[in-house]
Design a protein around this ligand. Structure first.
Ligand code: F6P
Length: 367
C-alpha cells in the first residue's frame, strides 16, 4: 500500500541574494533521499499561497537540477507580501497594512504542509516567528548580502557581494589614478557596514564610511589632502549606503509604495556635495553600485554555505525541529531558536580587530 507522502513548502522572501537557488536545491536533493517527502515551492514568497489560482509548484529533479550556479531565485521573491503587515492599495492611492496571517495559515493548513522553510533576512525570520507561535511548522534559513543577522557568523550572498564590490573598486582605482580624482563608490548594506568595510580592506581604500562610525567631513578632507602633492594624487572612498555624518541622518528616500522600508542609496552624491562645500577642489566622481552587488553567479563559498544550509534545513524538518533557523557558528552548521535569530542586529563593532586592522592599513573612517 502506498504511504502518504509528507509535504514541505519552500519560499524565498525579501530581497534576492546570490545562493538562494543553492539552498532550494540543497533542500530538494536531501529530501529526495527520503522516500516519503515531497517538496513544493511557493512563487513570490507567500503571494503564491494567497494568489488565486495558487502558484505552488512541485520542486522536481528537473526543476532543481543545476540551479546552484544561478543567481536570483527560481521561486521569485517580493518584499511586499508580509502576512502580518500586508500592503493593500486603497482607492485613494494610499496604502493600508492589514494582518492576513490567519488567512494564510488557513490556506497552508488546507494544503496540508508538514513543514515550511522560509528563506529570508531579518524580516522573514520575524514573520516565521509569528507564524510558528500560531502553530505553523516553520524553519528559517538566513539570507542577505548585508550580513546583518547576528545569530549566524555569516549569511550566504555576502561574500559574493563583497567580491563584486571589490572588482568594481579595482576598476575605479585605475581611473581615479589616471585622472588624479577622488572616486566615491557607494555599496549596499542597509544599517551595517560589512560590505563597505570588507571591500575597503580588499581593495585598499583610503577612506571607508560606515553607519556604525559617523563621519566628520573635515577628517575626510584631511585624509584626501594627505594623498595629493602639487595637485596630483588620487583617493578611493568606499561609502556604505547607510553611512551618516556626525551631525545628521543617513541619506534615504521615501519608502516605495507597499514596502515597509525606506530606500537607502544616493549618499555618494551627498558626500560629493559635502566635500565640495567643505573646500575639496579636486575632481570628484561618484559610482553607486546598487543591485549589481546582488546579481549574477554566487561565489563557490556562498554556494557551499547555501547548500549546507539547505541540507540542514531539511534535516530539521525531518526531525520535526520547528521554530529554528539554521546558522553557521564557529565553523559548524547548527540551528538557533527564532527568538535568538531575531534578537540583535549584527552591526560592525567599532572596537573590533577588523576595524582596528583597517585603521592599521591606513584606512580612515572619517572620525
Ligand atoms: O537587504 C539587501 C539590500 O540589498 C540592501 O543592501 C538594500 O538597502 C536593499 O536590499 C535594497 O532593496 P530593494 O531591492 O528593495 O531596492
Amino acid at each position: 500500500m502506498a504511504t502518504k507522502k509528507k509535504k514541505l513548502l519552500v519560499l524565498t522572501g525579501g530581497g534576492d541574494c546570490p545562493g538562494l537557488n543553492a539552498v532550494i536545491r540543497g533542500i530538494a536533493k536531501r529530501a529526495r533521499q527520503e522516500k516519503d517527502w515531497e517538496v513544493y515551492g511557493s512563487i513570490e514568497g507567500f503571494n503564491g499561497v494567497y494568489s488565486k489560482p495558487q502558484e505552488i509548484i512541485k520542486l522536481t529533479r528537473h526543476i532543481t537540477s543545476g540551479i546552484h550556479v544561478k543567481g536570483g531565485t527560481i521561486l521569485k521573491t517580493t518584499n511586499k507580501a508580509n502576512p502580518i503587515k500586508f500592503p493593500v492599495v486603497q482607492p485613494d492611492g494610499s496604502t493600508k497594512y492589514i494582518d492576513r496571517s490567519d488567512e494564510l495559515i488557513a490556506k497552508l493548513k488546507a494544503l496540508k504542509f508538514d513543514a515550511i522553510i522560509n528563506i529570508g533576512g531579518d524580516g522573514s525570520q520575524r514573520i516565521s516567528t509569528v507564524l510558528h507561535k500560531k502553530g505553523m511548522p516553520m524553519i528559517g534559513v538566513p539570507k542577505t548580502i548585508d550580513n546583518d543577522l547576528s545569530a549566524t557568523d555569516v549569511t550566504f550572498g555576502f561574500q559574493t557581494a563583497v567580491q563584486i564590490a571589490t572588482e568594481c573598486f579595482d576598476k575605479l582605482v585605475t581611473t581615479a589614478e589616471s585622472h588624479h580624482r577622488v572616486m566615491i563608490m557607494e555599496v549596499m548594506g542597509r544599517d551595517a557596514g560589512w560590505i563597505a568595510l570588507h571591500t575597503a580592506i580588499a581593495g585598499g581604500a583610503e577612506v571607508c564610511l560606515i553607519p556604525e562610525i559617523p563621519y566628520d567631513i573635515s577628517k575626510i578632507l584631511k585624509r584626501i589632502e594627505e594623498r595629493y602633492r602639487k595637485g596630483r594624487g588620487f583617493v578611493n572612498i568606499v561609502v556604505a549606503e547607510g553611512a551618516k555624518p556626525k551631525k545628521g541622518a543617513a541619506f534615504s528616500q521615501a519608502a516605495e509604495k507597499g514596502s515597509e522600508h525606506v530606500r537607502l542609496g544616493g549618499i555618494a552624491y551627498q558626500l560629493s556635495h559635502q566635500l565640495k562645500a567643505a573646500g575639496c577642489n579636486h575632481e570628484i566622481r561618484e559610482a553607486v553600485l546598487g543591485h549589481i552587488q546582488r546579481g549574477g553567479v554566487p561565489l563557490a563559498y556562498d554556494r557551499v554555505i547555501a547548500s549546507l544550509f539547505g541540507v540542514k534545513a531539511f534535516e530539521l524538518a525531518l526531525k520535526g525541529k520547528f521554530g529554528r533557523m539554521v546558522a553557521l557558528r564557529n565553523n559548524s552548521i547548527t540551528d538557533v531558536s527564532f527568538a535568538e535569530a531575531t534578537r540583535d542586529y549584527n552591526f560592525v563593532n567599532k572596537n573590533s580587530f577588523l576595524v582596528s586592522a583597517a585603521r592599521g592599513l591606513g584606512i580612515s573612517f572619517g572620525d
